[in-house]
Design a protein around this ligand. Structure first.
Ligand SMILES: [Zn+2]
Length: 185
């Protein structure tokens, strides 16, 4: 078994849809970022990568990389999941917390769980999304933060894609990116 933790925070930026956990949350503001700025999926991707002992999201997909400008962040999670599977590992469960004073996320937690579960091939019961406010302290409504923790188990019975084969690329290869993008569609 392996365990990984991820954290991310993004500042609000007026003119974009607010993406959280792969869904669009109706709100007047979105988050600033090179990709679609889905702070929750970024935290989950980093937790997966951390548990796999892989380079972090910023190393795999450097901000400013033209290939991921405006990207759907589900592809980062898919790419991280591929790295996990290549090691012969499978995701056991994910637990995440989104920290934001606004918008109120309670009504969207179930949809976020389903979206993340679909992305990772997990039952809803293996995914938890909790929503917390800061009670008016940081980040004072300036943005949204997220934390995630994942447990990886040995993928017994399933065929690892290429157990331990090859050198781990510090940066996502174009092939990896294409494959992840295809799975997101
Ligand atoms: Zn991020």
């Amino acid at each position: 078994m392996r365990i990984g933790i991820g954290y991310d925070i993004h500042r609000f930026n007026g003119r974009r849809p607010l993406k959280l956990g792969g869904i669009t949350v109706p709100f007047g503001r979105g988050l600033a970022g090179h990709s679609d700025a889905d702070v929750l999926l970024h935290a989950i991707a980093d937790a997966l990568l951390g548990a796999a002992g892989a380079p972090d999201l910023g190393e795999l997909f450097p901000p400013g990389d033209a290939r991921t400008r405006g990207a759907d962040s589900r592809l980062f999670v898919r790419a991280a999941l591929s790295r996990v599977r290549r090691l012969g590992l499978a995701v056991g469960n994910v637990d995440a917390t989104v920290i934001a004073d606004a918008p109120k996320l309670g009504p969207y937690k179930a949809r976020m769980r389903r979206s993340i579960g679909r992305l990772l091939g997990l039952a809803d019961s293996a995914v938890s999304v909790k929503a917390k406010t800061t009670e008016g302290f940081e980040p004072k409504g300036l943005g949204v933060a997220a934390q995630a923790i994942v447990l990886l188990e040995s993928a017994r019975g399933s065929r690892p894609e290429a157990r331990g084969k090859g050198r781990a690329h510090p940066r996502a290869t174009s092939h990896e990116l294409r494959a992840a993008r295809k799975r997101v569609r």
